[in-house]
Design a binder for this molecule. Structure first.
Ligand code: SF4
Ligand code: SF4
Length: 334
């Protein structure tokens, strides 16, 4: 009998020694995939945040060596500098060449992989993910912003971006650095050179943003980050996008809830919104093979499909959205 030692002295066969591993259910396989993804993404975020903190400590403790500040490690400095140069012909003072290098690297990465920078690299995005973790552990209430209000609030990123660009071009300095939550937190000025009299506006904004992000997931990214605004526009040109197969999708909506930036992943569209930060939570949570995946296509494919959907929508009337969850394709969607 299987599992019993043979009585004729021969060695037991491997199959008799080892019990076959129980097959995982589809749900268990999906949960494994979700956990593995969390680990990988958080590991990358932790590595980048650690690097930034180490650079900030070096900047404060080795001031004579010219160790750069965290301003020099932000690609948004490139946006401010280029805009100022284009509009005034002058350069922002104290701009670091690394800003331009990082800005160029970010531009190339957006053209290939959309806003994956926000989901995998940005340390301030990582801080907000940590706040979400804290909120869940403490069972704090989550504020769900109504869809209509959410759509309007997302324009806040462009309002902040406009303000920053105008002020940078007017003052010819990195004007945003004084109030930028990323700089105020990771710059460690509050630790090494605390000076409440000059730092209070930046620290107050930082505290408000952190409190907001504690109750609304990735609130800063969704509604206020000027770099997020730039990336959201450029994201329309990205080749790799999360795309949904309308033929494979069963309309279960399991991909919607985990999205940290509140995208309606199950919307009747082919490519998810350009606000997508590439965290892949939706892909890992999708139970249907081939329904949701990252695939490459020229950006105009999504635009053409969006146009098709609008034509279909205008001829089919208000019912298009309802039926579309399982039967139509389009471009981007919120
Ligand atoms: S939106 Fe801004 S803060 Fe959020 S992850 Fe992207 S760059 Fe960072
Ligand atoms: S759409 Fe998917 S990949 Fe994009 S941010 Fe939302 S959950 Fe992450």
């Amino acid at each position: 009998m299987a599992g019993h030692a043979p009585t004729d002295g021969s060695s037991p066969r491997p199959m008799e020694l080892h019990r076959t591993k129980p097959r995982l259910t589809a749900y268990q396989r999906r949960m494994h995939a979700v956990t593995a993804l969390h680990h990988r993404r958080h590991l990358v975020q932790l590595a980048v945040a650690t690097l930034i903190v180490v650079m900030a400590i070096r900047h404060h403790s080795e001031s004579g060596t010219g160790a750069p500040s965290v301003d020099a490690l932000c690609p948004f400095g490139a946006v401010e500098t280029l805009w100022t140069w284009v509009t005034t012909g002058a350069f922002i003072s104290k701009i670091h060449p690394s800003n331009l290098v990082m800005g160029l690297a970010l531009l190339l990465s957006v053209l290939v992989a959309g806003n994956a920078f926000c989901g995998w690299v940005c340390p301030f995005g990582a801080v907000q993910d940590a706040l979400t973790w804290v909120r869940r552990r403490l069972h704090l209430p989550t504020v769900t912003v109504p869809a209509r209000l959410d759509r309007w609030l997302r324009f806040g990123r462009y309002a902040v971006l406009t303000l920053v660009l105008v002020m940078s071009a007017t003052t010819l300095r990195l004007w945003f650095a004084d109030v930028d939550p990323y700089v105020n937190l990771f710059g460690l000025g509050w630790l090494f050179e605390p000076d409440l009299a000059t730092m209070w506006p930046g620290l107050l904004i930082l505290a408000l943003v952190l409190a907001f992000s504690l109750v609304v997931e990735r609130a800063w990214c969704r509604y206020l980050c000027p770099l997020g605004g730039v990336l959201s526009v450029l994201g329309h040109l990205s080749i790799l996008r999360v795309r949904r197969s309308t033929t494979a999708c069963t309309g279960c909506n399991l991909c919607v809830q985990p999205c940290p930036v509140g995208i309606d992943v199950a919307a009747p569209v082919a490519a998810v919104s350009a606000d997508c930060i590439g965290c892949l939570e939706c892909v890992a949570n999708c139970p249907t093979g081939g329904a949701l995946e990252v695939s490459a296509a020229p950006p105009w494919a999504a635009w053409r499909k969006r146009l098709d959907l609008e034509v279909v929508g205008s001829s089919a009337g208000a019912g298009a959205r309802h039926h579309g969850s399982t039967s139509s394709e389009g471009g981007d969607a919120r």
